[in-house]
Structures are given as C-alpha cells and as structure tokens.
Design a protein around this ligand. Structure first.
Ligand code: THU
Length: 155
C-alpha cells in the first residue's frame, strides 16, 4: 500500500516535469498572459492576445497585440514580450504562454515563431483558450515542433 502511494507520487512528478519546466511557472505565465491580454489594442480584428515569457533568471515579461490602421504594422503579443525582454537586458527565454479568447487557444504565427526561435531554439509554449463552454482549455507545445528547421544565418 505504502509502495503504491510512492509510485503514484513519482509518476505524477514525472508527468509534471515532462517538458522540463515547473508547472507552477507555466501557471504563473498563463496568469500573466491572461492579465496583459486585457490591455491588447485590437480595434480592427477584435482578437485580443496576451503573451508572457519566463527567462532563466526567473523574470516574466509580458506583451499584448497592438494593431494599427496600416494593418501590416500590427505587432503580435509574443513579439511584444520578446522586445520587452531584450530591452531589459535578458536573452534567455525558457517558457512562454499565449492566451486568446477562442476555444482551443492559438498557436504563434510564423513570424513570431521565428522571432522566439532566435533566442530559444526550443522551449515549451502553453496555448490557452478562454472561450470554450467547458471553461479554459490549455495545451503545451514545443517551439522546435512548431518551427522545425528554423532559419539561421550562417555565413
Ligand atoms: N496575433 C498575435 O498577437 N499573435 C499571433 O501569434 C498571431 C496573431 C494578433 C495579431 C492581430 O492583432 C490579431 O492577433 C489577429 O491576427
């Protein structure tokens, strides 16, 4: 009986650390992304996005989408968070969360994948959707799976 409890415990621990990142940190990122999503400036698409990035040092940087009347000038939430991180002097992202209002959560766009990959070849990204009837949905994907063979400048 005692042994079964111990095994169940270690199995749970194993699941939790599957992506090598503390689930409590991922949760913290989701909360931060959810909060910053409220500040998104999305008068054209009405599609608000919040992102949060944790660094090796333990700092969390946030970003939201900022749209523009010249649509191509729009900045995505993920890139906003990365810009903040670099401007504050950090360059080691270890995990990211992206929160949207749809059912399943949205995967970062191609440009954001490339920008994230510039400083983290791989990291877990939690995708959370707030719009499902069952409440919040979330899944964790890996950046390296979203962007295999990322462009690298080799000269
Ligand atoms: N958007 C993001 O913020 N991140 C993405 O990865 C994809 C799209 C934003 C841009 C635009 O303001 C809105 O979502 C609709 O495309």
């Amino acid at each position: 009986m005692k042994k079964r409890t111990k095994n169940a415990k270690s199995a749970k621990k194993k699941r939790a650390s599957k992506n090598g990142v503390d689930p409590a940190l991922l949760d913290r990122l989701v909360q931060a992304a959810k909060a910053v999503r409220e500040r998104a400036y999305a008068p054209y698409s009405k599609y608000k996005v919040g992102a949060a990035i944790a660094t090796k040092k333990g700092t969390v940087f946030i970003g939201c989408n900022v749209e523009n009347a010249s649509f191509g000038a729009t900045i995505c939430a993920e890139r906003g968070a990365i810009m903040q991180m670099v401007a504050e002097g950090e360059r080691d992202p270890i995990a990211c969360a992206v929160v949207t209002g749809d059912e399943e959560g949205a995967s970062p766009c191609g440009i954001c994948r490339q920008v994230l990959a510039e400083l983290a070849r791989d990291m877990p990204i939690v995708l959370v959707g707030l719009g499902s009837r069952e409440g919040e949905t979330g899944r964790v994907v890996q950046l390296a799976d979203l962007l295999p063979l990322a462009f690298e400048l080799k000269r």
